[in-house]
Design a protein around this ligand. Structure first.
Ligand code: PLP
Length: 479
């Protein structure tokens, strides 16, 4: 397989034969559903409602396709949950896990020990990340990555003798995971409502969501600048001596693939530098090629002090998260005694071996470059050509292989549907029934396919998305 030139078509690995699938499948769909309903609590779900309709049982995947327990073939427009960057069924990753399990399935890194996979991974990340990122701390998820970020931020300021720097500023409708720290850092009201105890000293400013929140005649650039300047106002309100860090996703993923205008991040960076505040980029979705750059902060042109990594780090084949430290932060942590934080599985050898194999595929098959020069621009253009003037599409945002489609009652006046969440659900259900996985966040439809997707498969996603959006408009009586 090669991605080296566009002329050499990417040949998907052989698809599983129907009989092989049947042999693997132990139970009927009805049995699976009954047992799932009886014993399994799903994340972020209304279990009563779900158990009444039953879950779709996914049994197999290859390339950019999934198969369910009824034999339906579904194209995965979300790369799992924004994570399967190298696509499904890559033997290199399975082999790496198998080899490492036979060689050294587990050892810790707490007590003056280390092991080859975590060493190789750290050296490789240092090579792939921008120049000042040379040190990495490991955990098992993006949420734990952001817990780790908080621990590093507070320890950093303690080493600088600035003990009053405790506040962390984040954004409404940001997503930073679902541990207590991740959930508090995130700005999802529906999560906060179920979290009576939160991490202290975390406050939120408004998001740079132009379509939904810009008033009057502001241009996207003016609006983004104004939203960035809320950070300065918040710092002045709290007092710069009390503010430790600002955290944001370079583009908001779960919040709806919200891409700030080009004025946003340079202003955020200026403000963080001016008031001596650490700048944290949550790269859990943006990292490892999603925008066509290795990291999304490179796409937006700023330099964070800490980066949170997960998802694409292992392409979701095995759980792993990490935090990358800018040299100036790493130096302070390294030169100031014990850092009292760690997880049993920090730098887990099997996860690290899979991450190394995954990153080598992304690098050596030039998958990230391909997103930047070929498939990314093709995907963005195809979406805009096909849906840019659709009567219920108000905005298409994104870059590389990630996009947000804003559903709107009147695209010209940026009028949103009064019942936007319901409209999103209608559209999502049409996609699901049309064998396309496209996610809905309120009234925005989200796409984030595996980075190995080819142009034919992009055409399939966009045409299935159009069918679902047409059907949604028709159901609403709009044409
Ligand atoms: C998914 C996500 C997280 C949380 O990662 P988990 O592995 O689910 O804990 C954190 N930040 C961002 C931006 C994410 O998209």
């Amino acid at each position: 397989m090669s991605y080296r030139t566009e002329e050499v078509a990417y040949v998907q690995p052989a698809q599983p034969a129907a009989s092989a699938q049947a042999a693997q499948q132990q139970r009927s769909t009805a049995e699976y559903r009954a047992l799932d309903a009886a014993h399994h609590i799903h994340p972020f779900s209304d279990m009563g409602a779900l158990n009444r309709t039953g879950s779709r049982v996914i049994v197999k995947a290859q390339g950019v396709y999934l198969w369910d327990s009824d034999g339906n073939k579904v194209i995965d427009g979300m790369a799992g949950l924004w994570c399967v960057n190298v696509g499904y069924g890559r033997k290199e990753l399975a082999d790496a896990a198998y080899r490492q399990m036979m060689e050294l399935p587990y050892y810790n890194t707490f007590f003056k020990t280390t092991h080859p996979p975590v060493i190789e991974l750290s050296a490789l990340l240092a090579e792939l990340a921008p120049e000042p990122f040379n040190h990495f701390f490991y955990c098992n998820s993006g949420s734990e990555g952001n817990d780790t970020v908080l621990r590093i931020v507070h320890h950093y300021w303690a080493t600088q003798g600035k003990h009053s720097k405790k506040f962390v500023i984040s954004r409404k409708n940001g997503y930073h995971g679902s541990t207590i720290a991740g959930g508090t850092l995130g700005g999802m009201g529906y999560m906060h409502e179920q979290m009576p105890s939160k991490v202290e000293n975390i406050v939120h400013i408004d998001q740079p969501y132009f379509f939904g929140e810009a008033q009057g005649n502001l241009t996207p650039e003016e609006f983004a600048l104004a939203r960035a300047q809320q950070l300065e106002a918040k710092i002045l309100e709290i007092g710069a001596d009390n503010v430790a860090a600002f955290i944001g996703e370079p583009f908001q993923g779960a919040g709806g693939v919200i891409f700030p205008a080009s004025t946003y991040w340079p202003e955020i960076q200026r403000i963080c530098r001016k008031y001596d505040i650490l700048l944290v980029a949550d790269e859990v979705i943006g990292g490892f090629g999603r925008t066509g750059e290795w990291f999304a902060h490179q796409y937006f042109g700023f330099e964070p002090d800490l980066i949170t990594l997960a998802k694409g780090l292992t392409s979701g084949y095995i759980p792993m998260g990490a935090v990358g430290l800018h040299d100036r932060v790493a130096k302070a942590i390294i030169e100031n005694g014990d850092f009292n934080h760690g997880l049993t599985y920090s730098g887990h050898p099997v996860a690290a071996a899979v991450a190394v194999a995954n990153l080598k595929l992304l690098r050596d098959e030039k998958i990230v470059e391909r997103v930047k020069t070929h498939t990314g621009p093709y995907f963005q253009k195809k979406l805009r050509d096909t849906l840019g003037n659709h009567p219920i599409i108000g905005e298409i945002s994104g870059a590389g292989l990630v996009a947000g489609l804003q559903l709107a009652e009147d695209p010209k006046t940026r009028k949103r549907f009064a019942n936007g969440g319901d409209v999103g659900t209608i559209c999502r259900d049409f996609c699901f029934n049309g064998n396309l996985i496209m996610r809905a966040t309120g009234d925005r439809m989200l796409l984030s396919p595996p980075l190995v997707i080819n142009k034919l498969e992009i055409d399939e996603i966009v045409s299935k998305a159009k069918k679902a959006i047409d059907a949604t408009a028709q159901q609403l009586g709009i044409s």
